[in-house]
Design a protein around this ligand. Structure first.
Ligand SMILES: Cc1cc2nc3c(=O)[nH]c(=O)nc-3n(C[C@H](O)[C@H](O)[C@H](O)COP(=O)(O)OP(=O)(O)OC[C@H]3O[C@@H](n4cnc5c(N)ncnc54)[C@H](O)[C@@H]3O)c2cc1C
Length: 396
């Protein structure tokens, strides 16, 4: 069966792409969306910042104009976000919203099946699933897993951390959460020589998502995440009785592993698979929306040309270098994470950090951010990364 576009993976990037295509000049193209899951449960919750209204405004659970940051050395501050709002979007609300919008688009079909392989000749992509073989002019793939998450033989050049976290949506009988101000990062928990923090995103005064997050090389035992959440709730929220209404667990690759947006002529990788995840933070949502907008615009202009052609990389080189340095500092344990984040948010307005993390700062403003952190360990790390990159270039 031939389609104009097959989208492999109907998660955040795949559904966002289908939604954007359905609102573009390409709306009549025949599109097939394939996912092994029906995406009918709340498997994740996105927190992200945005200035002004975004495309999924109507299905946000909440948005805030200030956040709490609790750092090391007794530093705690309520940070105003300037033009930004910190937004909370539940996976299930996003999936339902996009599916409902696409229902009005007869050119979009679905297939719920595991994908077995994706190949491409010069003119056609072929996707093999358990339910059949599909061909397409273009395949947009969000199912490819980076080696950092797959494990196994990771290139000696890449620096790999995992951001892993367990979250509970908890409900209390009595009001227990400040609905006006979520906790974006709380580093007051024992760090155990690692990067560990908790965030608390309240849906209401009696219901919030509490997420225990780590940036480390290896995952914890299941019981350790549970303990981390219990300890935080007991020691920092004052809550004694609560009910767990939902659970989520996630792993996001924080890696400088090389990604390929166009691994073969007719396949374009999108989302985390396409290298849209910032290695130093794991944030992906906003960058995915920006990138897909560019891809749809390019494809609308010229159907035959690979839509990534002529575009700058999803994350500019300069920012990928900063992320490499950040990874190096933590992997080599050159400096503790909690004071790094504390310095960043103590010495800069949150909106500057957000702009920096969105790659929207110019070099002079980058320097202001970079000079906020301990200079010496970061300079040593920058030197080490430069040497790695140069030696890698000569090896090739
Ligand atoms: C729990 C969690 C919370 C996160 N929170 C945030 C956040 O707050 N802010 C932020 O910016 N980023 C966050 N991220 C990172 C990122 O935004 C998400 O991972 C996002 O979902 C990435 O979108 P994606 O489309 O690349 O991948 P996914 O949304 O994971 O979509 C990939 C899809 O492919 C399907 N699939 C995979 N393999 C196959 C196969 N072989 N056959 C068929 N289907 C397949 C999967 O079922 C899935 O639906 C979070 C990630 C996780 C895991």
């Amino acid at each position: 069966l031939h389609f104009d576009i097959v989208i492999t993976g109907g998660g955040m990037a795949g559904l966002s792409l289908a939604w954007r295509l359905s609102r573009s000049p390409l709306r009549d193209k025949k599109i097939l969306l394939i996912d092994r899951e029906p995406k009918d449960r709340n498997d994740r919750t996105w927190g992200f910042w945005e200035a002004g209204e975004g495309p999924f405004e109507s299905v946000l659970s909440r948005q805030w104009s200030s956040v709490w940051f609790h750092g090391s050395g007794g530093f705690s501050a309520k940070l105003g976000l300037g033009p930004y709002r910190y937004k909370l979007l539940r996976g299930i609300d996003f999936y339902r919203f996009v599916r409902a919008e696409l229902a009005a688009c007869p050119s979009v079909e679905y297939c719920c099946s595991p994908i077995l392989s994706i190949t491409s000749s010069a003119s056609v992509a072929t996707v093999t699933t358990e339910k059949g073989v599909f061909t397409a002019d273009w395949c947009f793939d969000s199912t490819y897993l980076l080696q950092a998450v797959r494990g196994g033989d990771i290139s000696s050049h890449s620096q790999n951390l995992l951001q892993h976290f367990k979250g509970w949506v908890i409900r209390t009988k009595e009001p227990a959460f400040d609905t006006e101000t979520p906790v974006m990062m709380d580093f007051r928990i024992p760090q155990l020589g690692e990067c560990r923090f908790v965030y608390v995103l309240p849906y209401s005064a009696t219901e919030a998502l509490v997420e225990f997050t780590l940036f480390t090389e290896a995952l914890l035992e299941e019981s350790a995440y549970r303990q981390g959440l219990m300890d935080y709730i007991r020691n920092f929220t004052g809550i004694r009785e609560f009910e767990i209404v939902e659970e989520e667990f996630g792993i996001i690759p924080m890696t400088d592993e090389k990604t390929y947006e166009q691994p073969s002529p007719r396949v374009i990788r999108i989302g985390t698979a396409g290298g849209y995840t910032r290695a130093s933070t794991g944030y992906t949502f906003t960058r995915t929306q920006k990138r897909l907008q560019q891809l749809v615009a390019n494809l609308s202009r010229n159907w035959e040309k690979p839509p990534v052609e002529g575009l700058p990389a999803p994350i500019p080189l300069r920012f990928r270098f900063y992320d490499q340095v950040f990874l190096n500092v933590f992997l080599q344990k050159r400096y503790a994470a909690a004071p790094v984040f504390t310095d960043l948010y103590r010495k800069n307005p949150a909106e500057r950090i957000f702009r920096f993390l969105d790659e929207e700062t110019g070099f002079p403003e980058d320097l202001r951010v970079l000079y906020s952190v301990a200079i010496w360990p970061f300079t040593v790390a920058a030197g080490a990364v430069l040497l790695r990159n140069i030696s890698e270039k000569f090896k090739r």
